[in-house]
Design a protein around this ligand. Structure first.
Ligand SMILES: [Zn+2]
Length: 318
């Protein structure tokens, strides 16, 4: 494992005590469902898929503390990988992404129904029936480096109206098919079936520990709830999208570190537009270069682990 260009960012967001929210009403800790008693979708706002990504926790605790209840359908609020969250150490803030296994790379039947006994996979098993109920899932994340916030979803027709309504953040990254080593939550079950109606997307709200990431997470969450008619229009109006035309990208490849000697050649942070055949990393004895047509780098990893994804290549769409 290596830490790319170490040097810790300021820690403006810190963990809150979530003990008041441990006891939920679904028989699973840190899960709360609010039923409006009226017809409508079941919408889930999911925080802490990664334990050190606090902006989702900021958004979900905001909803809980403000007592926001759905006007229609059901609203479920989830703190996902709480075990990892509880291990946060400000001296090593990048090490509590997960405990033993990335909670966001386990959403296939082989893993969920297999022998893996890590706490992260056990938590996924405890939550899977909740996610399977969702008509819509907002999975809130943040990035290692300070790059613009982005929406990430599959390029399927059913996602387009929601992405248009959210509008901002103004970077929209389309992720066609499962390219990561291990299936992400937004590609679990019906979410990635283009013929099924459930929708799921990730919002990456900016740097993990930046105060702005918490504010972006709250704004996107409010517009997400507004899309489904779950909050009063006046409340939604307090969280308008950023003005501007979204930039759209499509992921073409997700690179995985084959060795424990993977090293980037420069201090990439993400959204670098690179010409074709640019040397970006060495992985043991292998040179890693951009594709002939060039690409944009998306989310280079700060902690590099053999066998895990380290950066995505994307192409800019019109
Ligand atoms: Zn994340």
């Amino acid at each position: 494992m290596t830490d790319q260009h170490a040097g810790l960012p300021p820690i403006e967001l810190t963990p809150k005590d979530l003990s008041a929210w441990r006891q939920g009403n679904r028989g699973v800790d840190y899960v709360h469902t609010f039923d409006s008693g009226r017809p409508g979708p079941h919408v889930i706002v999911n925080a802490l898929t990664h334990g050190n990504e606090f902006c989702g926790m900021i958004a979900v605790t905001h909803l809980l503390e403000q007592g926001i209840r759905p006007l229609r359908g059901r609203l479920t609020l989830v703190f996902a990988n709480v075990e990892a969250y509880h291990r946060f150490d400000a001296a090593k803030p990048f090490e509590s992404r997960f405990v033993e296994r990335d909670f966001n790379r386990v959403w296939d039947a082989d893993t969920l129904e297999g022998p893996d006994a890590t706490v992260d996979v056990q938590r996924a098993r405890a939550l899977r029936h909740i996610y399977a109920e969702a008509d819509a899932l907002l999975d809130i994340h943040s990035t290692s480096y300070a790059v613009p916030a982005m929406l990430i979803h599959e390029p399927v027709d059913k996602m387009a109206p929601l992405a248009r309504h959210l509008h901002s953040p103004l970077h929209h990254v389309l992720l066609p098919g499962v390219k990561h080593p291990g299936r992400p939550l937004i590609q679990y079950g019906a979410f990635s079936d283009p013929r099924a109606t459930p929708v799921a997307l990730v919002v990456e709200c900016g740097q993990h520990f930046a105060a702005t990431s918490g504010a972006i997470a709250i704004g996107v969450t409010m517009r997400f709830l507004d899309f489904f008619g779950m909050i009063p229009a006046a409340l939604a109006a307090q969280h308008p999208p950023v003005q501007g035309r979204p930039l759209r990208y499509e992921v073409t490849d997700v690179l995985v570190a084959k060795t424990d000697r993977f090293r980037f050649t420069q201090s990439f942070v993400g959204f670098e537009d690179l010409p074709g055949n640019t040397l970006i990393a060495n992985d043991g004895d292998e040179e890693i270069r951009t594709p002939e047509e060039g690409c944009t780098l998306i989310m280079p990893a700060r902690r590099i682990l053999q066998g895990r994804d380290v950066v995505s290549f994307a192409r800019r769409l019109q």
